[in-house]
Design a protein around this ligand. Structure first.
Ligand code: Z5A
Length: 226
C-alpha cells in the first residue's frame, strides 16, 4: 500500500520536546502497517550532512552566526537533493526531525540574522520545497529542561546560554499563531501538539493531528476508524 502522493511532515520544537522520541514511535507505527516512509533529521542525513552536523554541534568550536546559518543550509540542500526529493517522487511520506522552522527560531530569532536573507538562502537550499505539515511539539520549559538535564551532555548549540534559548522558545511559540503562519508561507501549515503525558498519549495526539490535516495520509488508520 502507498500513500496517495509523497508528503513532507516535519517535527519541530525546542530541545527536549520529544521530537526524536515521537518520530521513533511514528516510524514503528508506519512500519507495522507496511506504509512506506523515509525518516530524516537535520542537520545530517547524508554523508556531507553528517560531517556538517559534527562541525555544527562540536562543543567549543567557534562558528560565526552567518557561517552557522549557511552550514545548516548546505546540509539541507544536500539532504533534499539526495534523499527527500527522490522519496517524495516515489510517493513516500517523508518525516523530518527539524527543518526551516528551526533555522527561523535559532538563527533568525536566536542569533539575530536578517530574516529576508535567511529566507532567500533557504529558498536556494530547498529549491522551494515547503512542508505539507509541521507538527510543533509544545511542552513547558521546566519539563523540557528536566528531560534534557536527565539525558545529560550538551552540544555547542545546547550550550549557547539561557537568553539564546529564551529567544528560541519564544520564536517557536509565535509560530503557532495563524497570523504568523499567514506571513510565512515558506513554512507551510503548522499544528501545535501538546507534548506532555506519556509517549503513547503524545503519539495518539500526533496521529490524530496528522490524519486531520492530511486525510489521505493513513488509509489504514482511516479505514480502521471508519
Ligand atoms: N538547529 C539550528 O540551530 N538550526 C537549524 O536550522 C536546524 C537545527 C535544523 C540539532 O540538535 C541542533 O541544531 C538543535 C537545533 C539546531 N540544537 N538545539 N538545541 P539535535 O538533532 O542533536 O537535537 P535536538 O533536535 O535538539 O533534539 P533533542 O534535544 O534530543 O530534543 P527532542 O528530539 O525534541 O527530544 P527527545 O530526544 O525525543 O527527548 C528528550 C528526552 O526526553 C529523552 O531522554 C526522552 O527519552 C525523554 N522523553 C521524550 N518524550 C517523553 C515523554 N513523553 N515523557 C517523558 N520523557 C520523555
Amino acid at each position: 500500500m502507498t500513500v496517495a502522493r509523497g508528503r513532507l511532515v516535519v517535527f519541530e520544537g525546542p530541545e527536549g520536546a520529544g521530537k526524536t522520541t515521537q518520530l521513533r514511535h511514528l516510524c514503528d507505527w508506519l512500519f507495522a502497517r507496511q506504509l512506506p516512509f523515509t525518516g530524516v533529521r537535520e542537520p545530517g542525513g547524508t554523508a556531507l550532512g553528517n560531517e556538517i552536523r559534527r562541525m555544527l554541534l562540536e562543543p567549543g568550536r567557534v562558528i560565526n552566526a552567518r557561517a552557522e546559518a549557511l552550514l545548516f543550509m548546505a546540509s539541507r540542500a544536500q539532504l533534499i537533493a539526495e534523499v527527500v526529493k527522490p522519496a517524495l517522487e516515489r510517493g513516500e511520506l517523508v518525516l523530518a526531525d527539524r527543518f526551516f522552522l528551526s533555522t527561523y527560531a535559532y538563527q533568525v530569532v536566536g542569533r539575530g540574522l536578517p530574516f529576508d536573507d535567511v529566507r532567500a538562502a533557504n529558498r536556494l537550499a530547498t529549491a522551494g520545497l515547503v512542508p505539507d505539515l509541521t507538527i510543533l511539539l509544545t511542552l513547558p520549559a521546566a519539563v523540557r529542561d528536566a528531560r534534557v538535564v536527565a539525558r545529560g551532555g550538551a552540544d555547542r548549540i545546547e550550550s549557547a546560554g539561557h537568553w539564546f534559548h529564551e529567544l528560541v522558545e519564544r520564536a517557536f511559540k509565535d509560530c503557532a499563531a495563524p497570523a504568523w503562519q499567514a506571513a510565512h508561507p515558506e513554512c507551510g501549515p503548522i499544528a501545535a501538539v501538546n507534548a506532555s503525558g506519556t509517549e503513547q498519549e503524545v503519539l495518539e495526539r500526533v496521529l490524530t493531528v496528522m490524519t486531520g490535516a492530511i486525510p489521505d495520509l493513513f488509509p489504514v488508520r482511516n479505514a480502521a476508524h471508519a
